[in-house]
Design a protein around this ligand. Structure first.
Ligand SMILES: [Zn+2]
Length: 212
């Protein structure tokens, strides 16, 4: 089966099974969306927010990018896809929470670590993951004897904490937090185990969500 044939077959299963199961929701949603949650997730094919959170149509407003990074606020008239999605979610959709969700074995985080001791991986990926360079440098300084997998795990988590701090650099995010209590959360997904760890922002630790 070619990739296109696989997609078409998948669409046909959706139209036969999933769409009829959610037809009322799709018809209602055609007049507008009102998701309560925005997720910033990695583009990685193994980490699908809708699957992990068992979310149906209209429930999650998702932006995915390499290494689930939130850049700091920058009004520099450049093209900021993630910042545009944030602005729309917060100011137009008025989401009640934003979750930055990272994951294990993240290639983008690995590229950021590799760039500390060698050439940048490629132009666009290299430029993009530089967002996490301050977090990377802090992790390397704090864990000098750590193995590469240990450093990677630490950076996957530290970059989530710093993305939450970057969220707070956006004036409209600060305003939504202050005026209507919008929540900012972090999470990290373990691929092989299917485990979700939720960030306790007071302690800075990621805590395993008990299943069932
Ligand atoms: Zn990733």
């Amino acid at each position: 089966m070619t990739p296109k044939e696989s997609l078409i077959a998948g669409f046909r299963r959706f139209k036969q099974d999933s769409y009829p199961a959610h037809v009322a929701a799709y018809r209602r949603l055609s007049s507008g969306q009102r998701p309560r949650t925005m997720i910033v997730a990695c583009s990685d094919s193994r980490v699908d927010p809708a699957a992990i959170f068992s979310a149906g149509p209209g429930e999650l407003f998702v932006v995915r990018n390499v290494a689930n990074l939130v850049p700091p606020f920058a009004a520099d008239r450049m093209h900021h896809g993630t910042s545009a999605a944030l602005e729309f979610a917060v100011t137009a959709l008025k989401v009640e929470q934003i979750v930055v969700m990272g994951h294990g074995q993240c290639g983008g985080i690995q590229a950021c670590l590799a760039a500390a001791s060698g050439p940048a991986p490629s132009y666009f990926v290299g430029q993009w993951v530089e967002i996490a360079a301050p977090a990377r440098d802090a992790v390397i300084a704090a864990h000098p004897g750590a193995s590469p997998p240990e450093q990677q795990l630490e950076l996957e988590m530290e970059s989530i904490r710093r993305s939450l701090a970057h969220l707070e650099s956006f004036p409209f995010v600060r305003e939504a937090v202050a005026s209507r209590g919008m929540a900012l959360d972090g999470a990290w997904f373990a691929i092989a185990e299917g485990d979700l760890h939720w960030l306790d922002r007071a302690s800075g630790r990621f805590e395993l969500i008990a299943a069932g």
